[in-house]
Design a protein around this ligand. Structure first.
Ligand code: IFM
Length: 441
């Protein structure tokens, strides 16, 4: 089967600072919440730390060489706030600026466009000590950081994203599985409201620069839940709540429709967790954007009976590892929902998609990653169907360039097109790297 994508379709790969850079305490970088969280016992699988990761801080040339080998048009990466402003506010770390200048220069030399995220989960630790996103002052802190980024790197970045997957802050503030490891839902709701305001204010700052060639957007992941049994009311209610109250609805509604949904508002009220808001907040949050970045991994099917069983296992101390089936077809439905329900009528980029392998499966199995190729191929087929329906998707970024620090899963989950040997830091192309290069060609 042969399918063709438009000539100007963007092909890319994605990474994030805290997951690949390492050099956590070098050249003036300050600590981030992930440096702190990963040191708490039991938080990261196998006690892994992000201190060295893929050492991309020192091996940036090799990373760009890999981008060339793949033939990508664009590289999506993120800036590390605490490498640029170690304490979050105040003194700028010139060595941090120099590192990103070097990366951007290498990309330019090799004709690769830059797609950069301002915030991919790694808040400076010093700011968490002042309340982090729960403190409304975070809007000023974030604007200070965004100003430095825009002044220093401006139009060298083709596409700016303010935030990657704001839901990580919910997981980190309400559920405790991510940094900073809090379990306070009311505080989390307040934090998310502030985060959305940071986004809106950063977009306004960007507009003041009047760049001619750069664009700005946000990246929100959508893991759409569906009822496992279409005629089961409990399954239906569960899927709806997972989407609206604890999923993409928390962000897409305020960002694109200018307020919280009725369902979320009622939930806030009945649980006494309505965030403190000020007049005009939603005008700030709901800024016109140039693109929307969709991170798509899977569609999820909720079966209330199974969920009850899993809860029982977990409550009795058992370890239940979820390995959901792949549902690449959900991509087309999600894209249609973005347009129809949230009126996203700006270009859409798939800013992440990929599939993990387990480190425990061994190096050979990881290099021969046929299952990843099959999955990505299926996703691309559904993406193509969406294009045929007229949905304006302009590009696709595979997560990830190389195996890296996969947050709470540490180095146990491998998402890369390149295998990272964490002992030697050598990067070895997997089958999928060769396949993806061919797709791009
Ligand atoms: O590794 C993450 C990335 O940081 C954000 N999106 C999902 C990826 C895979 O879990």
């Amino acid at each position: 089967m042969q399918i063709e994508f438009p000539k100007n379709f963007t092909w890319g790969v994605a990474t994030a600072a805290a997951q690949i850079e390492g050099a956590a305490f070098e050249d003036g970088r300050g600590a981030s919440i992930w440096d702190g969280f990963s040191r708490l016992p039991g938080k990261i699988r196998n006690g892994n730390l992000p201190d060295i990761a893929c050492d991309s801080y020192h091996l940036v040339e090799r990373d760009v060489e890999m981008l060339k080998e793949l033939g990508v048009d664009s590289y999506r990466f993120s800036f590390s706030w605490s490498r640029i402003i170690p304490e979050g506010t105040g003194k700028i770390n010139e060595k941090g600026i120099a590192y990103y200048k070097k990366l951007l220069a290498l990309l330019k030399e090799n004709g690769i466009r830059a797609n950069a995220t301002m915030y991919h989960w790694d808040l400076p630790y010093a700011l968490q000590m002042k309340g982090g996103f729960g403190n409304r002052e975070v809007i000023d802190w974030f604007c200070g950081y965004a100003t430095v980024l825009l002044d220093c790197f401006g139009e060298d970045v083709d596409m700016w994203a303010t935030f990657n997957e704001p839901i990580a802050t919910y997981v980190g503030y309400a559920q405790g599985f991510f940094a900073p490891g809090l379990r306070d839902e009311k505080y989390a709701r307040q934090a998310l409201h502030h985060l959305l305001l940071c986004h809106g204010e950063a977009v306004k700052l960007f507009r003041k620069h009047r760049f001619e060639n750069s664009k700005i957007g946000i990246v929100v992941d959508v893991w759409k839940h569906y009822p496992a049994r279409e005629d089961n009311d409990e399954d239906k209610a569960m899927a709806m709540e997972n989407n609206e109250i604890r999923g993409y609805g928390m962000f897409l509604h305020p960002l694109f429709l200018g307020g919280y949904s009725k369902m979320l508002t009622d939930y806030f009220e009945s649980n006494r967790m309505t965030p403190l808001m000020q007049e005009g907040d939603f005008d700030t949050i709901c800024q016109p954007l140039d693109f929307y970045g969709l991170n798509f991994y899977n569609g999820l099917y909720d079966n209330a009976d199974n969920v009850r069983e899993i809860e029982k296992i977990r409550k009795s101390g058992g370890n239940y590892q979820d390995r959901p089936e792949n549902h690449p077809e959900a991509l087309k439905d999600v894209l249609r929902m973005l347009v129809e329900k949230y009126h996203v009528n700006i270009p859409i980029y798939i800013t992440e998609n990929g599939m993990p392998f387990e480190d425990a499966d061994g190096k050979e199995a990881n290099l021969d990653d046929q299952a990843r190729i099959r999955y990505v191929k299926d996703v691309l087929i559904w993406l193509h169907k969406a294009l045929e329906e007229g949905i304006d998707v302009k590009g696709y970024y595979l997560w990830s360039l190389l195996d890296n620090f996969e947050w709470s899963a540490g180095y146990a989950a491998r998402y890369g097109l390149y295998y990272t040997d964490y002992a030697s830091l050598e990067r070895i192309p997997k089958m999928s790297a060769k396949w993806y290069a061919q797709v791009i060609r």
